[in-house]
Design a binder for this molecule. Structure first.
Ligand code: NAP
Length: 315
């Protein structure tokens, strides 16, 4: 099989093509012939060695794949063979083949392409759960940071469908135009004088980084800040203290990580999101596709911040 391995932590050049033996599925697992793999900022953080969890160099990146089951291990019904599926994998997705536990499989609806499945996948799930954590009512004002990214573009879409007043941040003119086409009418940056100041009932933030506190300042009293990523780096060390300095404003900080969602629940939510996409209620924004062999270039483009939506590797 072909796979992309990170030989050490570092820049995109640490990603190189390797040709390991194709694995065989063991008990309770299946072998997927991968057709599409998602590439996201989380892969970049892992590649740089910045992701917690004890991952060592020599790993194959790739958190999510879509493809076809081509072999089953013991204790797995053979009728999985030939089925089109999606799976969250944490690692190993940048490959032509991957073995995953049967419990990871989410069958794909008939007319949903592999690329669209990974275009939705983790991003749509994180967006959906993050919106739930924001606990908004229709008409409430929501600020979405990183709105032009994979998670952000899903968030914006689901939030508009939920009837919230959506404002987006920090986008390039091209991303802004794409967001306007989805229906975003309001844009915002804490670095410009028109910064609203305590205007938002909720802020959902996959970006964090050094500006985090300036965004927290934009929450209305009793507002909720949902932190679901760190595309611009982890929050500053003094974040806890600055949060407490706003004690009298009764703000809520809600962290969201998919790791805390029971796998069975995540699979059911994904199936529902795939159905919504099949029925045209949800769209995957695939900003760029690359061949598996060009994973390093995909990471360069990912890190440039120039692409709207999700980057997909075609395998
Ligand atoms: N909570 C979870 O379970 C979960 C799951 C998967 C991933 N994540 C995390 O979520 C974050 C976003 O992932 P993603 O795949 O959506 O990434 P992405 O597609 O690269 O989008 C991130 C967006 O953040 C903004 N951004 C990036 N770097 C920035 C910087 N230095 N300063 C300001 N804004 C910056 C950009 O948006 P604009 O250009 O629009 O400003 C960019 O499009 C990552 O940290 C990832 O690890 C969390």
């Amino acid at each position: 099989m072909k796979a992309i391995q990170a030989t050490s932590f570092g820049g995109p050049d640490v990603l190189s093509l390797v040709l390991p033996d194709t694995p065989l599925p063991g008990p309770g697992t299946v072998l997927i012939q991968v057709a599409a793999a998602g590439a996201g900022t989380v892969d970049v953080l892992i590649r740089k060695g910045l992701y917690p969890g004890g991952i060592n160099p020599g790993f194959i990146p790739g958190m999510e794949v879509a493809g076809t089951v081509i072999a089953t291990g013991d204790q797995v019904a053979e009728d999985w063979i030939g089925k089109r599926v999606y799976a969250m994998t944490m690692l190993g997705g940048y490959a032509t083949h991957i073995v995953v536990p049967q419990e990871a499989l989410v069958p794909l609806p008939g007319n949903l392409s592999f690329e669209v499945a990974v275009g939705l996948g983790i991003n749509a799930l994180v967006a959906q759960y993050s919106l739930q954590r924001a606990a908004l009512a229709p008409g409430d004002a929501l600020l979405v940071r990183g709105a032009g990214g994979g998670i952000g573009s899903m968030l914006v879409q689901l939030a508009l469908a939920g009837g919230y007043r959506v404002t987006a941040t920090g986008t390039t003119p091209a991303k802004r135009a794409a967001l306007e086409r989805i229906g975003v009418g309001s844009f915002f940056s804490v670095t410009t004088p028109e910064a609203a100041g305590q205007a938002f009932k909720a802020i959902i933030d996959p970006v964090a980084g050094p500006d985090l506190d300036r965004y927290v300042a934009q929450l209305a009293d009793n507002g909720t800040y949902v932190l679901n990523g760190a595309a611009a780096g982890f929050p500053p060390d003094n974040f806890g203290l600055s949060w407490l300095s706003r004690f009298q404003r009764s703000l809520t900080l809600a962290c969201f990580s998919l790791d805390a969602i029971p796998p069975q629940e995540a699979r059911a939510s994904l199936q529902q999101l795939f159905r919504q996409a099949e029925q045209g209620q949800l769209q995957a924004f695939i900003g760029a596709t690359f061949a598996l062999e060009d994973a390093a270039e995909a990471h360069r483009v990912l890190e440039s911040g120039s692409v709207f939506g999700k980057i997909v590797l075609q395998v």
